[in-house]
Design a protein around this ligand. Structure first.
Ligand SMILES: Nc1ncnc2c1ncn2[C@@H]1O[C@H](COP(=O)(O)OP(=O)(O)OP(=O)(O)O)[C@@H](O)[C@H]1O
Length: 282
């Protein structure tokens, strides 16, 4: 993978922007008797440019929180804000990267990345120039004429990241973006993402099941409980950057891993017990 190019200064994000705040947020699904609160009294404050990873047992509400920040799911109560502005629906200030790269299969790599800028500027040449900058950033400049089906899963995810960044989001939302990749590609992608993030210091909220991934990437690791989803631990990752894969053998990394593991195990056991009780009662 070629090293990413620096972001031209005129494209660099505005320092101090991208503060994400969730205050006393509760989210419920269903209506009437079937209504169920999935996330409750959720408070999170993410500094501009901070990289926060969210861990938690399956079904605890990680994607629900991310989808609420994206504006896809309304909160039943509480406040969600980016830079003090209330989130009222989807917006270009928040970019989203999913587990499966949701690229337009009929468009080339360049057209996929240029799509957002074209919508916002109406200028094909400006949009393509922007797209080329971000394709360089993810090391895929040479593949601009390819179609998604001609790329590997990891390359498709890099295009997805370029596409999200090409809208200059204040906050990048990533829902297990590397979950479908093999271990080697995943490790490469984690390093690539840190390189991209070092250049393009946008705020990142990153959902993962993988404790090591969360610690390797994050400034903070937030651990959620299930039933309902709440924050049970907010752990600062005091490992200097730039980080290389070797940091995973450091004392600090292992200590944080132990702490995360204990929280996740305890929350997963509680979630299993809850599911068994629900099954027994039904
Ligand atoms: N659209 C929906 N309608 C009803 N219930 C939903 C909906 N989306 C999610 N849920 C429920 O909300 C709970 C939280 O789901 P969510 O996908 O947010 O959890 P998660 O922590 O991201 O799970 P996983 O780690 O398995 O992806 C689950 O019990 C799920 O079944």
């Amino acid at each position: 993978m070629s090293p990413p190019l620096p972001v031209p200064t005129h494209l660099a994000p505005t320092p101090g922007r991208g503060r994400l705040q969730l205050k006393d947020v509760s989210i419920a699904y269903g209506e009437g008797a079937a209504r169920r609160t999935v996330v409750e009294r959720f408070d999170l404050d993410v500094e501009p440019g901070e990289f926060v990873c969210v861990l938690g047992p399956s079904g605890c509400g990680k994607s629900t929180v991310l989808n609420a920040v994206a504006g896809f799911v309304p909160a039943a109560r509480g406040l969600l804000e980016v830079d003090g502005e209330t989130i009222q629906g989807p917006g270009a200030d928040r970019g989203m990267v999913f587990q499966q790269a949701t690229l337009f299969p009929w468009k080339s790599v360049l057209e996929n990345v240029a799509f957002g800028p074209l919508m916002s500027t109406g200028s094909t040449s400006t949009a393509e120039q922007t797209a080329r900058t971000f394709l360089s950033l993810v090391g895929l400049a040479a593949f601009e004429k390819h179609y998604p089906s001609e790329l590997s899963g990891g390359m498709q995810q890099r295009v997805g990241i370029a596409r999200a960044l090409a809208n200059y989001p204040r906050v990048l939302l990533m829902d297990e973006p590397f979950g479908a990749l093999d271990a080697q590609t995943r490790a490469m992608m984690q390093e690539a993402l840190l390189n991209i993030w070092a250049e393009f210091r946008t705020t990142v909220l990153f959902i993962t099941h993988d404790i090591e991934e969360a610690i390797f990437l994050g400034d903070r690791v937030v651990v959620m409980s299930a039933n309902p989803g709440r924050i049970v631990a907010d752990i600062r990752v005091d490992i200097p950057r730039p980080r290389t894969p070797e940091v995973q053998f450091s004392e600090t990394f292992l200590a944080i891993k132990r702490e995360c593991f204990a929280h996740i195990r305890s929350e997963t056991l509680k979630a299993f017990a809850h599911q068994q009780n629900a099954t027994a009662l039904s």
